[in-house]
Design a binder for this molecule. Structure first.
Ligand SMILES: Nc1ncnc2c1ncn2[C@@H]1O[C@H](COP(=O)(O)OP(=O)(O)OP(=O)(O)O)[C@@H](O)[C@H]1O
Length: 238
């Protein structure tokens, strides 16, 4: 479904991705983890074609994505920082995206699930951070994409919205979707992810299930397991 081979990306002198290779061959929820600045967003944006790698191969659904845009129709994206015209109302923004995609969406259900009805006529500039994030979630899940990429989806969400988001992720997983999430919230990883892709020093340091990570490190708690992975002579890729 997603195959990344020997991906390199530098910004000037800063080498962010130094030969990243991994593949995702099954549906499910995959957590992309790593320190601040380890290149998670860069990696996700490369898969989306928003960042052009210096080197490497990328395949989505069996086809190389170089110079192709069509494949993106099959990927939903929730950016870490979404930038939309601030003077639009929530309703206008949703309508605009529906028009651009020229497809039917499930926005009515999602608006209701995240309690956004009362914000529909408000301008984006007037929304709180958490409410904006709910709007982003609606936009990301509005179309029935097979692959969903979410960069810090929980940012700013209140507990009620967080529960709703987890439910939504679970439903999508049951429909056979492939979901990639970056987050610094380990409890979210433990609750929703079946596999971890761990970026360190510009490379994939570990890919495997939570159980495999716990077994390799002898640590039950995910935060401690990850910390154990960082010590020299620790455990590595499988
Ligand atoms: N367009 C850009 N131009 C220059 N440097 C960039 C650009 N995009 C990212 N970087 C740098 O690349 C590095 C990786 O950034 P990235 O956003 O991918 O990290 P991240 O793992 O997602 O971090 P965080 O956990 O803080 O969100 C950072 O040092 C960042 O400053």
């Amino acid at each position: 479904m997603i195959q990344v081979t020997d991906l390199n990306k530098s910004f000037g002198k800063l080498e962010v991705l130094k030969g990243v290779s991994f593949s995702i061959n099954r549906p499910g929820v995959f957590a992309v983890l790593g320190h601040n600045g380890s290149g998670k967003t860069t990696l996700l944006k490369t898969i989306l074609g928003m960042v052009i790698p210096n080197n490497g191969e990328l395949q989505v659904n069996g086809a190389a994505i170089k110079r192709s845009w069509e494949y993106r129709k099959d990927i939903a994206y929730l950016p870490q920082i979404a930038r939309f015209p601030e003077n639009l109302t929530v309703n206008e923004l949703i309508k605009m995206i529906l028009d651009i995609r020229n497809r039917k969406g499930r926005e009515v259900e999602l608006i209701q699930r995240f309690g956004l009805e009362k914000f529909l006529d408000k301008k984006l500039s007037d929304l709180s951070g958490g409410t904006r994030q709910k709007v982003n979630i609606v936009l990301a899940f509005m179309f029935d994409a097979n692959i969903c990429i979410m960069d810090e989806p929980t940012a700013g969400l209140d507990p009620v919205a967080l529960i709703e988001l987890k439910k939504l992720i679970e439903e999508e997983r049951e429909k056979g979707k492939t979901i990639l999430i970056t987050t610094h919230i380990m409890s979210l990883v433990e609750e929703v992810a079946e596999e971890i892709i761990f970026l360190l020093d510009g490379k994939i340091h570990f890919q495997g299930t939570l159980e495999e990570m716990q077994k390799q490190t002898n640590e039950k708690d995910l935060e401690h397991a990850i910390a154990a992975m960082l010590v020299p002579n620790g455990t590595h890729n499988h």
